[in-house]
Design a protein around this ligand. Structure first.
Ligand code: FES
Ligand SMILES: [Fe+2]
Length: 440
């Protein structure tokens, strides 16, 4: 069994940080406008590296998982040809029906249930009934649309929907790989998933996720488990590292009332009949590797388990939160349950904060608030990235006079009539249905 290395410490305090001026949040309209949300999809989500799952969940060729990120249906599959993990849009090249219907499964042939076209695990079209005699039809030109994937050394699987020049993963998250190597992901196995359905904007959740200023008031349990004064969010390249020292509880040598230590130091009183053997503080061995990945993912590693979070925006005021938990191999069920219970409690506390915050943002009485320069530095960091990407993309759209969707893969048809019909639609969309600032 590999030994866990100690996590690196946060950089020392810079006294100048305390003198930074307070800054403001982005305006509340960015949390409520569907037009801004659509622009964010094109400007951020269809350009960024997005976390999907872990490679350990693919044991054999054909194992797949389907996902929907910002309205894009796709699947990730282990190729039979080279064993690599690949991703494709879940869109049949014939008439766009989804080729996979289940959330997960295993198959080396994807047969579309509409007209029977079949694809292999490399997305290649292998069968198109009755099309052999159709002039001009070429199977090789009708493979599933591939999606760029990156699997990290640690097995984390990411996709990027963009068909423009995509920044390589290690440049996008420069330095992340070294930090992830502080945790031995190979010593963990998939345990369970759950999701929460939130009536709020994706940024409402990220705002809370990116600071622990709210922890003493909103997370009483979490605040006992960490030394809150040590909590620090350090911005890196499109990601942030969260640091905090875990509270370690010393167990008395011969306890009158034995205390079973929690996964990061929470005590639980046990029956007194027989003295329990001394147990190491599981969470105490490892202060943790907690990483926020712009725009909407988190990877949080503790000793007994690590979990991922996918924040999936559905609309300006609807967001799904998906959690996957991976526990240490051989971990007993009671400790697994303790970890899951605690995680779910904290996440629910955050969820409730978001529900009520969004309701108030929707009222239109509030626009912007002060952010603390150090305690809410992570919020400022991700909001600035959001602002910059949206502004840059919007500028390009204005210059071009139309919307630019980097995820578009349908390639312009060679057929002149299709082009002409598409152009009619473009004109209508820009003339009537676009926000004022998109009218050109
Ligand atoms: S839509 Fe898939 S075979 Fe027709
Ligand atoms: Fe929180």
């Amino acid at each position: 069994m590999a030994t866990q290395v100690l996590p690196s410490a946060p950089p020392p305090e810079d006294p100048k940080e305390k003198l930074l001026p307070g800054e403001h949040t982005l305006p509340a309209s960015w949390w409520t406008s569907e037009k801004i949300f659509d622009l964010e999809k094109r400007a951020i989500f269809n350009k960024s590296w997005l976390f999907c799952t872990h490679a350990s969940r693919f044991s054999k060729a054909g194992d797949y998982y389907t996902f929907t990120f910002t309205g894009l249906n796709f699947f990730v599959i282990k190729s039979k040809t080279d064993g690599k993990i690949k991703a494709f849009h879940n869109v049949c090249r014939h008439r766009a029906y989804p080729v996979l219907k289940k959330e997960k499964g295993s198959t080396i042939v994807m047969g579309c249930k509409y007209h029977g076209w079949s694809y292999n695990t490399d997305g290649k079209l292998t069968k198109a009934p009755h099309f052999d005699s159709v002039e001009g039809f070429n199977k090789d030109e009708n493979s599933l649309f591939p999606i760029k994937t990156h699997v990290t050394e640690q097995g984390l699987v990411f996709v990027n929907f963009s068909n423009e020049n995509v920044m390589p993963f290690d440049e996008w998250y420069q330095g992340l790989n070294v930090e992830l190597n502080e945790f031995d992901f190979s010593d963990y196995e998939y345990h369970m998933s759950y999701e929460l359905d939130g009536q709020f904007n994706w940024k409402t959740l990220m705002d809370g996720y990116q600071e622990c200023y709210h922890c003493p008031t909103a997370h009483p349990g979490l605040s006992k488990a960490f030394k809150m004064e040590t909590y620090k969010v350090v911005p890196k390249t499109r990601y942030c590292r969260h640091y905090a020292t875990i509270v370690k509880e010393e167990e008395p040598a011969e306890p009158e009332e034995p205390v079973k230590e929690g996964w990061f130091g929470r005590g639980k009183k046990q029956p007194t009949e027989e003295p329990k053997p001394k147990k190491k503080n599981v969470g105490g061995e490892f202060n943790g590797l907690w990483v926020y990945l712009f725009p909407t993912n988190g990877i949080n590693c503790y000793s007994p388990a690590w979990y991922s979070i996918r924040v999936l925006p559905i609309s300006a005021s609807h967001t799904i939160l998906q959690y996957d938990i991976y526990t240490k191999k051989g971990l007993d069920d009671a400790t697994k349950k303790e970890f899951v219970d605690f995680l779910q409690l904290v996440e629910l506390e955050d969820f409730n904060l978001c529900q009520l915050t969004q309701k108030n943002l929707n009222q239109g009485v509030y626009s912007s608030g002060y952010l603390h320069p150090t305690k809410e530095r992570g919020v400022l960091f991700y909001q600035n990235l959001t602002r910059d990407m949206v502004k840059e993309h919007f500028k390009k759209e204005e210059e071009l006079g139309r919307q630019i969707n980097p995820a578009f893969v349908g390639k312009k048809s060679d057929n002149a009539e299709t082009q002409e019909l598409d152009e009619i639609c473009n004109k209508l969309e820009c003339g009537t249905d676009s926000p004022k600032e998109l009218q050109w």
